[in-house]
Structures are given as structure tokens and as C-alpha cells.
Design a protein around this ligand. Structure first.
Ligand code: AMP
Length: 220
């Protein structure tokens, strides 16, 4: 199966869609945000640097992300396809990513852009809750994706938490970063003919139907 890359603004639903793809197709989900959040818990120089950067909404230095992506893609479970979410985040990272893929003998695959309105994102950001155990994502501002019991994961019973950067101030920085740094990579991949755009102003299920059509080659 083809590799999948999601590009979307913060809280546009990349993580949720990636989880659904994992459920259906069983390929690994590689999220640089998740990997960096794990590193931010380490009591080390890099751990402290990553924790502060994440809380501010700025991007972590490119070099750190290259190493962790290369190490992760080198693992055996990526050989039959993977989903990459949160990387690349700027044009330099996209150029480096293309090189890493070619060194490993992998194709870019499908690049799926989820388009969504800024107002919707603000509402989602403040309501997002994540399971600290299985990383499932819920939203207390949305009936459809709210957990049945507040603070408890519907899937595994784990405790739900709110990300430190899920507040309006950090969102505004992250959204600006997305527009300035990440959006230009859409054009980079458009030239390579691998871009698919999906309207994300819809229910999780309907967005997934569109994503799934792309994956199964049924969107043409
Ligand atoms: P996410 O979970 O994708 O929203 O990422 C959360 C935060 O992790 C971002 O706001 C950045 O600080 C950092 N981050 C994630 N991916 C990258 C990346 N590819 N390059 C630099 N920083 C990143």
C-alpha cells in the first residue's frame, strides 16, 4: 500500500484521520508531535528544550526532527506503508524528507491536505482531550466526538489530558507557523503530482470516507 502524508493546520483532524487509517489498514502512524511530546518528558537538555518549544507553539529545530524521522522510518514495520503526520512542516524539511525516502527506497505516496476554516479550528483546539495511554483523541466541544465520561478514554479507560499548547495563544502562533512555513510545501508536492485535497469542514466519518477513497484509489 502507498505511504500517506497528512498536511493540515493544527487541530484540523490529522491525528483522528490517521487513527482511522491505522484501524482499517494496520500501518504505523508516525507523528512527530507525539514523538516530540515523549522526548519533552525526559529530564535532559534536549527534553527541556523540546518541552519549552512545544509549549510556545514554535517549531523544533530541523536537525532534531530529521534524526528522529530517519530512525523511525528505518524500522521494519514501515516497509509495507506508513502514515506520516506533522512532518514535513517547512520546505527544508520537505526537501530533506524526499532525500530520506529515496535513501530508504520509499515513495512519497499520497499527500492528503485537509482544508478547514480557522474559526472551526479555534473551537476544536480548546476542547481537544487526548488519552495518555492509547493517544485516542476526543473533543468536549463536539457532541459527536466527546468522551462518554469526562476525562476517561472510551477506548481503553485511560486518563484524558489537555495538551499544553492547546490554548488560544499558542494556537495563534501555531496557525501562523502553518500558513507561513507549512503551506508552501503543498505547492512543492503539487508539482510532483501527489496532492489530494479534502474538505475537513464535515463530520469525522465523512472526512474519513473521502480519505479512504484516496487511499483505495477510488477518488478519480
Ligand atoms: P502536532 O502534534 O503535529 O500539532 O505538533 C505539536 C508541536 O510539535 C508543534 O507545534 C511543534 O512545536 C512540534 N513539531 C511537530 N512536528 C514538527 C516538525 N516536523 N518540525 C518542527 N517541530 C515540530
Amino acid at each position: 500500500m502507498k505511504n500517506i502524508m497528512f498536511i493540515a493546520a493544527p487541530a484540523a483532524g490529522k491525528g483522528t484521520q490517521a487513527e482511522l487509517v491505522v484501524e482499517k489498514y494496520g500501518i504505523p502512524h508516525i507523528s512527530t508531535g507525539d514523538i516530540l511530546r515523549d522526548i519533552s518528558k525526559e529530564d535532559s537538555e534536549i527534553g527541556h528544550y523540546v518541552a519549552e518549544t512545544l509549549a510556545s507553539g514554535e517549531l523544533v529545530k530541523d536537525d532534531i526532527t530529521y534524526q528522529l524521522i530517519e530512525d523511525r522510518l528505518n524500522k521494519d514495520d514501515c516497509k509495507n506503508g506508513f502514515i506520516i503526520d506533522g512532518f514535513p512542516r517547512n520546505l527544508n524539511q520537505a526537501i530533506e524528507y524526499d532525500k530520506i525516502l529515496s535513501n530508504l527506497g520509499y515513495d512519497i505516496g499520497h499527500v492528503i491536505v485537509i482544508n478547514i476554516e480557522e474559526k472551526t479550528l479555534e473551537k476544536r483546539i480548546t476542547g481537544r482531550r487526548i488519552c495518555e495511554n492509547c493517544k485516542s483523541i476526543f473533543n468536549i466541544n463536539d457532541e459527536q466526538s466527546a468522551p462518554q465520561i469526562e476525562s476517561v478514554c472510551d477506548n481503553c479507560g485511560g486518563k484524558l489530558y489537555q495538551r499544553r499548547d492547546d490554548n488560544l495563544e499558542a494556537f495563534q502562533t501555531r496557525y501562523k507557523m502553518y500558513q507561513e512555513k507549512t503551506e508552501p510545501i503543498i505547492e512543492h508536492y503539487r508539482k510532483l503530482g501527489v496532492i489530494h485535497e479534502v474538505d475537513g469542514n464535515d463530520t469525522v466519518e465523512n472526512v474519513f470516507k473521502k480519505v479512504d477513497k484516496i487511499i483505495s484509489g477510488d477518488d478519480k
